[in-house]
Design a protein around this ligand. Sequence first.
Ligand code: G3H
Length: 496
Amino acid sequence: MAGTGVFADIFDGDAYKYYSDGEWKKSSSGKTVAIINPTTRKTQYKVQACTQEEVNKVMELAKTAQKSWAKTPLWKRAELLHKAAAILKEHKAPIAECLVKEIAKPAKDSVTEVVRSGDLVSYCAEEGVRILGEGKFLVSDSFPGNERTKYCLTSKVPLGVILAIPPFNYPVNLAVSKIAPALIAGNSLVLKPPTQGAVSCLHMVHCFHLAGFPNGLISCVTGKGSEIGDFLTMHPGVNCISFTGGDTGIAISKKAGMIPLQMELGGKDACIVLEDADLDLVASNIIKGGFSYSGQRCTAVKVVLVMESVADALVEKVKAKVAKLTVGAPEDDSDITPVVSESSANFIEGLVKDAKEKGATFCQEYKREGNLIWPLLLDNVRPDMRIAWEEPFGPVLPVIRINSIEEGIHHCNASNFGLQGCVFTKDVNKAILISDAMETGTVQINSAPARGPDHFPFQGLKDSGIGSQGVTNSINMMTKIKTTVINLPTPSYTMG
Ligand code: G3H
């Protein structure tokens, strides 16, 4: 159970503590932040409202701890990560319990998130050992005008202190996707969890604590964005920010100093359906892609662009599947669960009302109870409706009927987002042409958008992000190239 057994240290009976210097502490602010259960809409947990002084302290500790961590052999760093991965998986049940209560993720998916996270940490340890164990050797005589008098040795060195800010929808998985690459590459890590998802994060961090990482190397500060948000992201001690979330990322990237940024800020992933597509396959993928975790995924299918000639048939198939989705509590493993907050539900409702006023066809009746919104397919959506462009981050999916492939590509590319997209057709040549024309970080052919498997590159264009994620790219992004050049007094040619 959460906050008990091996996790007893992280909870004081009323509120969860924050993690600094290898210890679980109460904030000197004496204040806490409430975490509202999206299902009950009552306070489920409380976390510490950390102060700016506490942030300064973790930054100082992270800087010191990183210096000795960078001197810890790579195999040893990997060994500790493997240990943390095993502990995380062993304690999947209490962590999943927190996910269910804090973010209303269905019970089975919550367990999957923790297991997937353990696998990601292990994979990262293995990949890090391989890619960080390699460098490059260059010789000078390949460049015009040079003799072979210079040997250049390149290796990858850590950046220093990484600030990791994961989102509410994958608080564990998108935290470890930042923590593990940072640590294997020899960096230290300061984690600022989202408020909804903070307690899941704290349990996950405790698994790293139990694995025996050095004090100060990992810290986790909780609190109000208004108090410590900008203070963290603009802190001079931070050498790199890895952020996943919404518009806040754009503000962060404007305020951050001259440091590498990894940003993933959402998407309006289009699903283009051609006349020759296997409509049963499309319908299943629209359900999986559009409605899993109630549409609260940056890679969710967020607009269907279907050729008019097959639109009626597709809409009928999707409608039939929507009718079978179960709606209810995450504890019951319902397909559709309450969205994360009342403000999120209100925002979704605003998009639905706008579509209603402008004449969209409602394939189901709009229904909402508290934060629970029944799945809704909106047909005949037009570009003047907000839902055609905005991300609902909820179980509402617009269908726009198109008359040409060009129209579909145009709609996709007119979006300010460019995360992923997908195209359904049996013609691989057309699929490749469409993929090349779509201005998105990834295009899936004959499947819904998805980030995983977690070692695949994951990136967005335009407002969807900066940089690329995925295990290898994240490790590389959290390092810098260092070179040493050996200068010889006379040219030396191998076997010369
Ligand atoms: O919400 C953003 C996530 O990166 C999406 O991950 O495709 O595994 O659901 P997913």
